[in-house]
Design a protein around this ligand. Structure first.
Ligand SMILES: [Ca+2]
Ligand SMILES: [Ca+2]
Length: 176
């Protein structure tokens, strides 16, 4: 891996690095491949994407990364691509920016409903979720999750993440 891929706000933002179904720097819940790093169909060209497979969970699957060094009063924007592996029959597919305090307790969050983007093979690019860091926030949790029925089918897919941080009002001070 090149050093350049590990600069910026998110580590391993395209899921290129990992051990089979587990992406480096991303935490999964639960850990039994309810989130899977898949080696096919990437959007960013590195060969890998992250999936929330409906056939694995029967309950709830999620993957997330905590970004340290948060200070209040910055706008954080996550840009990403989403697609599906039809006939995906999970629900409540959600992107979340969750603000954590020093005790790792969530104090605020912003969510985006992705159900409309995960039922087709074609990638929807340039999706965004953004939030302004509140007073008391020290970490930002970037999380994707979905509910999966028992006897679920197929998967929701995600790739090509970029997290930017902009001072308000101000200048772009960091990318990815
Ligand atoms: Ca990728
Ligand atoms: Ca995994």
């Amino acid at each position: 891996m090149s050093l350049a891929e590990y600069t910026g706000l998110l580590l391993n933002p395209g899921f290129a690095h990992g051990n089979v179904l587990d992406a480096d720097f991303w935490t999964e819940h639960p850990t039994t491949e309810d989130a899977g790093r898949e080696g096919w169909g990437s959007d960013d060209g590195d060969g890998y994407l992250m999936a929330l497979p409906a056939y694995k969970s029967g309950t709830f699957g999620a993957f997330y990364q905590d970004v340290p060094g948060v200070k209040p009063g910055f706008r954080y924007t996550l840009t990403f691509s989403a697609a599906g592996e039809p006939p995906y029959n999970g629900s409540n597919v959600t992107a979340r920016l969750i603000w954590l305090n020093n005790a790792m307790t969530p104090i605020a969050s912003t969510t985006k409903d992705l159900d409309a983007y995960v039922n087709a093979w074609e990638w929807t690019r340039g999706l965004t979720v953004e939030s302004i860091s509140p007073e008391g926030a020290t970490r930002l949790r970037v999380q994707f999750d979905a509910e999966s029925p028992v006897n679920g089918a197929a998967a929701a897919k995600f790739d090509a993440f970029t997290l930017t941080r902009i001072a308000i009002p101000g200048t772009l001070i960091a990318v990815r």
